[in-house]
Design a protein around this ligand. Structure first.
Ligand code: WT7
Length: 630
């Protein structure tokens, strides 16, 4: 940025940071003109009022996101590799050039158009990371449809809920998934989901394996149909604030919400953060191992790298398949320059020992990134010392589905990076209220809008306002807590609400309780997150049975696990289920989750004031039961 945009008086990164916050409109206007290709220039940089939940960037402007991610690079370097599809079986990677990806995207765009998908519609994509999934996202962008990518680990019920909320007429999937040598029946899951989704008229099925699957009247062989289409597809001129995609994520209450991101602001923010947070340079190979079903996959496997004309890896496997050297063998084979992964995987690999890393040449690595959950010091240091041989900066990047891109993070060029700290805000980001004295801790709020932030919750703007704008009027409330050191560095301390983070996956405890409570033997339940060595947090469930329930507890545990897996996903399943006679409640009948949390964290001294408890004996009983279980 400093080299590219000449702002008066801006000499280095830290003065640019200051400038970007105090002159946010001119900063972002310059970035948008410089980094994006516009069909029509914008006339208003920003029109935002956080307290009203009104967020608009680059109004008057028109562009097409797929043109920005593809056509402009095809014009200059058609044979550059856009995607490296790192398939489950090591050594079987497939490279896709910008020219090929544009061709796939255009064929798919034409196919969708021919089947009635129009500007403003929403297409659901239920696919593991693969080039056709990326082409599907970009094809939607090309014709002005929004996409709704659903993580392919979600159950049929969870998928159906998201398809219904998005009102998709079209679903795109694969016949089967392949992960860690195992085949998953993704098309069958779609069949089960679509039964309960009257809006769905057609399902496009790509073939990941050669095994045929039963096709229904709604199904189409996607690759066969694509061959019939033209390789040129006229891009739709989209307004900056038209919807680019929905992505469902969990909140502390209610059903998962469809977070809405729009065209120009999102793309600009993904591109700029990708370039500066990782020091991405032309010709680098960027390896983000997140699934495309999460925002990390959207912003840093797809949109950020492609907007920058980069080469990006799509990782289909797991960190320990076929062995715990997988990541580093891949780094060596693909010559990856930036590696971006989750602490949960780092913690797991650390336990297998250094030899799995040292076997492979990692000299291409320049930056190591961490995302999704707090990274503990031990994992951070191992990542830095062993994986990066002590020579690659580790950037612990804090952000969320709602922020669209990284908001608080060290920069690789920073003279000092403190292990386990997210350090400093990105350009244009201003955390907290007017700076008071440090150190300080409290709710992490962002004090001014930035182009990448979510605009609303699909079909529920009121919920958007209540969740993010009302808790601290004039600020965007993130749901996280933060500590700011005396040097002014930020450390994220974890969620302040009833959202937990299991292996980097976000889940509302209320969502799991809803499923558990559907069991006919269950009277009520409470789900609590507890510290887990590998997963970051585990799921601990307290269950009160109905008086007349006569099922065996062991059978019931199994049954409850199955229910959670069937209704949500495997990762949300309880690690522990403790059956109790009653839950600790206030006299007004509210479950005292704080008390339960202290019990599962084994912090009995921290139980605090129990005088408002309805029945103090409940706590002793729970402590006893917890000891027996763990
Ligand atoms: C929540 C967002 C960020 C994209 C992937 C997850 C937690 C995320 C960090 C970090 C500590 C982190 C927060 C946040 N989180 N990154 N570097 N340090 N906590 O996106 O599913 O929307 O989850 O993940 O609690 O609110 P998400």
């Amino acid at each position: 940025m400093p080299e590219a945009v000449g702002f008066e008086g801006v000499k280095d990164c830290s003065s640019l940071q200051e400038f970007s916050v105090s002159n946010s409109a001119s900063f972002w206007a310059a970035a948008a003109r410089h980094r994006l290709s516009w069909i029509k220039p914008f006339h208003t940089v920003q029109d935002c009022d956080l307290s009203l939940g009104r967020i608009k960037w680059f109004e008057g402007g028109q562009l097409n996101v797929s043109v920005n991610c593809l056509d402009r690079h095809v014009d200059t370097c058609p044979e550059r590799v856009a995607l490296i599809w790192e398939r489950d079986e090591p050594g079987s990677e497939i490279k896709v050039t910008y020219r090929q990806l544009l061709e796939m995207t255009c064929r798919l765009g034409n196919l969708l158009r021919r089947h009635g998908v129009k500007k403003g519609d929403c297409v659901t994509i239920y696919m593991p990371p693969c080039p056709l999934a990326v082409a599907s996202m970009l094809a939607c962008a090309r014709i002005g449809a929004a996409h709704n990518v659903v993580f392919a680990g979600f159950s049929a019920e969870a998928l159906a809920e998201r398809i219904r909320d998005a009102q998709s007429s079209t679903v795109i999937t694969v016949n089967q998934g392949v992960r860690a040598g195992k085949v998953t029946e993704l098309k069958r899951t779609v069949d089960a989901a679509v039964k309960d989704c009257p809006s769905v008229q057609q399902v496009l099925v790509a073939m990941r394996t050669e095994n045929p699957v039963t096709m229904t009247a709604k199904d189409m062989d996607m690759e066969e149909e694509m061959l019939k289409e033209d390789v040129v597809c006229e891009p739709e001129a989209m307004d900056s604030e038209d919807v680019l995609f929905l992505l469902y994520t969990s909140g502390s209450t209610g059903k998962p919400k469809g977070v809405v991101h729009t065209q120009a602001g999102y793309l600009l923010y993904a591109a700029l953060t990708h370039r500066y947070v990782f020091s991405y340079q032309d010709g680098d190979v960027f390896g983000c191992v997140a699934d495309i079903g999460w925002i990390t996959g959207h912003s840093y496997s797809v949109y950020g790298p492609l907007a920058n004309g980069g080469t990006t890896v799509l990782f289909e496997s797991t960190p320990i398949y076929p062995d715990p050297g997988r990541y580093w063998e891949m780094v060596q084979r693909l010559k990856i320059n930036q590696f971006y992964g989750a602490p949960t995987a780092i913690r797991l690999l650390l336990k297998y020992g250094d030899q799995w890393v040292q076997k492979y040449d990692r000299s291409t690595l320049k930056t190591l990134g961490s995302v999704g959950e707090p990274i503990n010091t031990e994992a951070w240091e191992w990542y830095h010392r062993v994986v990066g041989d002590g020579r690659c900066p580790v950037v612990d990047t804090w952000w969320q589905t709602e922020t669209g891109g990284i908001c608080i993070t060290p920069r690789p060029s920073d003279p000092e990076i403190v292990p386990g700290m997210a350090m400093r805000p990105f350009f244009g980001i201003k955390p907290g209220k007017v700076v008071t004295s440090n150190p300080a801790s409290g709710a992490l709020c962002l004090a001014q809008p930035w182009p990448g932030m979510a605009r609303t919750i699909h079909n529920n703007h009121q919920r958007f306002i209540e969740t993010y704008c009302q808790p601290y009027p004039g600020y965007f409330f993130t749901g996280d807590g933060a500590y700011r050191s005396k040097e002014g560095y930020y450390q994220i301390t974890g969620r302040l609400d009833d959202v937990i983070n299991v292996s980097g996956h976000r889940i509302g405890t209320a969502e799991i309780e809803d499923v558990v409570n559907q069991c006919s033997a269950v009277a009520e339940s409470a789900v609590i997150g507890y510290s887990h060595d590998i997963k970051g947090q585990g799921v601990y469930t307290f269950v009160v049975l109905k008086k007349d329930a006569d099922d065996q507890e062991a059978d019931l545990s199994q049954q409850l696990n199955n229910m959670v897996s069937k209704n949500i996903a495997k990762y949300a399943c309880p690690d522990f289920i403790q059956f109790v006679q009653r839950l600790p409640k206030t006299r007004s009948g509210k479950i005292m989750r704080r008390v339960l949390r202290k019990v599962v964290e084994r912090d009995l001294d921290g139980l605090g004031d129990l005088s408002t408890l309805d029945d103090p004996a409940a706590v002793q009983e729970i402590i006893q039961g917890h000891r027996e279980l763990c």
